[in-house]
Write a protein that binds this ligand. Sequence first.
Ligand code: A2P
Length: 289
Amino acid sequence: LEETTTLNNGVKMPRLGLGVWKTDNTSAKESVKEGIIKGYHLIDTAKQYGNESGVGEGIKEGLAETGMNRKDLFITTKLFNGDQGYQSTLDAVNGTLERLDLTYIDLYLIHWPVDGKYIDTWRAMEKLYHDGKVRAIGVSNFDNERLQNLLDNTNIVPAVNQMEFNPINQEKGIVEFNNHAGIQLEAWSPLGGGEALSNPEIKKIADKYSKSVAQVIIRWDWQKGIVTIPKSSHEKRIIQNSDIFDFKLSDDDIKTIDAIDKAKRSLWYDDFGWHNPEGQVVDAVDKWD
Ligand code: A2P
């Protein structure tokens, strides 16, 4: 769990972390504390999750229990859509730091590409980086077109692009673009919201190694070099999801999982109206304010 990948600005980021999406403050506090005690160094939250203060408390308790220091952890959070724009981004980070009760963030991501705003937003992210409030800056849910636009019009190449990535939705074109641009891909919803967890082909591989389907999926991310942040609110699963270092998938296993891809983003996108019928990301400011 201490193993890291080196981002394009030289900062080291742990390769497996704990996600806390859909987790309220109380539960986030417990998960984060438990996660740190069980060896997780990377914690991934967002203003939009509404649990930054719970995460902050969990960090404090986890550090106290383990005797580790703040610098041993890698904390990611994300800029809320409604805060996009140059000045509002500069202002928003202060609230986030206050809720997390931290003096800096390790990785700050633009949560979604709000069209017409994400370039100005990125310029503010660049300032936060230069000012030392964040150690690395990145994006989330950026398709290749928007990423290219960002690269063409700004100075710093994002360190990370966090995308939905799992056996059901492998975003092969985006993975290729990011690899080529030197942007680390990070998987949100790595377990694929249930459909991947019940996949019979992955189950067969899991049985072969006496591991769970979740462990096989996380190991698949690991071997592909994709940073992954499975979420669980259950202590047993938090432990299980980090127990992936006593087996190795064969090339054939990896090919089998690669072939499961349905290029199918989770329904969740559509439920929240973040895609129009043509599949383009829509400006979600109204929905989140
Ligand atoms: P829970 O929090 O109740 O454990 P993802 O990170 O892909 O979004 O998936 C998270 C979902 O998968 C959550 O609903 C989580 O539920 C569940 N989950 C997490 N770890 C495991 C596991 N090891 N086995 C089965 N389900 C899991």
